[in-house]
Write a protein that binds this ligand. Structure first.
Ligand code: ATP
Ligand code: MG
Length: 398
């Protein structure tokens, strides 16, 4: 079957009252941006429904895969359209549709008609009965089951008639751009791309920051982070990735602070810089891939110490997840293979053999005082060193 049109179902945004139009606008804009590369499409709104119509040839699999990346969509229904709003035409289209979709398979069905076009003389119940009757006659493989049908044949009678029975699952969530913007701390690992994806799914636009430590970290490690940002941008839309040269700060910490506290102090400066960047770029929150107890720097005490430098909210959507659960999502969103490439994001010389697992804030702060002479200048230098890369899915090097 060649489909020319799709009905786009959305759930949560339907419940937002007055904001609904704004939400629908954003959803339509998102759909438009996502499908732009795949052909010519028109996105149309009609009675609280969104339709996508193809105006050129396109690849069905690619289009569905792309629509499944648009947050806010819960279902994608390929529809056939009958322009003649008359019973005979509808009946014939419905029979042809069922034959083409389901062939001779033994299946049960139910007709579910909806008539919003009141000029059409039959009521919904009557349409259900009549179409059902003709289908039984024409398709001996089909039986009626009104309670648990295999096929729900939907027939919507509007200015034209829409026929569909398939609902392909969408990503859910809310359209990106309906809930502000956040700054993702993106490393080359498995967790932070998943964290960015999860928050973006709630309608939040993303920017990202990566702390680079050349020459201790390689060019390839940086490229890996750019690639991860590009994959995530396939869902969230373009991500401005801020690459901060963090080497001098790391060296200063290494030189002046107790080695078992390196990671925690380093993470506090990362958060400080990320917050500063967030404010400069109108982001209302930070996002990290932290998960309780995963490593020494993510115990409750460590998280408390890291968090203490921030004044804006820090979202940690992976916080209660097991590693395997995070891995499952990373596989599903296609970041996993890139995340496990073996380019370390942080040179091992900066990692202590026995890091503190229960840091005490007062002690950490006292250690940080040893940086007092240099840190302001180093922070300023780091902020001035920033390179910005616009990560877009279409630039992904495969
Ligand atoms: P990930 O898999 O996301 O790298 P991780 O398990 O390796 O996480 P950590 O290295 O402790 O954990 O980092 C915790 C979080 O801090 C990361 O999820 C990320 O949000 C942030 N982070 C760590 N290193 C960097 C970095 N070099 N640049 C930007 N953010 C970072
Ligand atoms: Mg990491």
């Amino acid at each position: 079957m060649e489909y020319k049109a799709f009905l786009i179902k959305y759930a949560e945004i339907g419940t937002k009252g007055k904001n609904r139009y704004m939400f629908e606008d954003v959803l339509c804009k998102q759909i438009k941006e996502h499908v732009a590369r795949l052909g010519e499409f028109v996105i149309r709104r009609e009675y609280g429904r969104v339709f996508l119509e193809a105006e050129s040839a396109y690849d069905y699999e690619d289009l569905i895969a792309e629509l499944q990346k648009v947050f806010g969509i819960v279902g994608i229904c390929p529809i056939v359209v009958e322009e003649v709003v008359e019973f005979e035409a509808i009946k014939n289209k419905a029979i042809a549709y069922m034959k083409e979709c389901y062939g001779n398979k033994e299946l049960t069905f139910k007709v579910n008609a909806r008539r919003t076009n009141k000029a059409f003389p039959m009521q919904s119940m009557e349409i259900n009965g009549e179409i059902g009757h003709h289908l039984l006659e024409e398709c001996p493989n089909l039986k009626v089951d009104v309670h648990h049908p295999d096929i729900m044949l939907n027939i919507e009678v509007r200015n034209q008639v829409y026929i569909y029975s398939q609902i392909i699952k969408g990503a859910g969530g809310l359209p990106v751009g309906t809930n502000g913007k956040a700054m993702l701390l993106l490393s080359g690992g498995i967790d932070s791309p998943v964290a960015g994806y999860m928050i973006s799914k709630r309608g939040v636009e993303l920017e990202a920051v990566y702390f680079n430590a050349p020459p201790y970290t390689s060019e390839r490690a940086k490229q890996k982070v750019i690639d991860l940002a590009r994959i995530v941008s396939g869902y969230s839309g373009t991500i401005r990735l801020h690459i901060v040269n963090f080497t001098d700060i790391q060296l200063a910490i290494y030189e002046k602070c107790p080695h078992e506290e390196l990671t925690i102090i380093m993470r506090r400066y990362m958060m400080k810089i990320a917050e500063e960047l967030a404010k400069q770029n109108k982001c209302q929150a930070l996002i990290t891939g932290e998960s309780i107890g995963q490593v020494a720097s993510q115990t409750m005490q460590s998280l408390a110490c890291t968090n203490e430098v921030c004044t804006i909210p820090v979202f940690r959507p992976c916080v209660g997840m097991d590693k395997q659960e995070i891995v499952d999502i990373s596989e599903q969103i296609d970041t996993y293979e890139t995340s496990i490439l073996p380019y370390e994001d942080c040179c091992t010389i900066f990692v202590a053999k026995h890091p503190v697992t229960k840091p005490i804030l007062e002690i950490i702060k006292r250690s940080e005082e040893k940086l007092a002479d240099v840190i302001d200048e180093l922070m300023e230098k780091a902020m001035d060193s920033i390179e910005v890369v616009e990560a877009k899915i279409e630039d992904l090097t495969k």
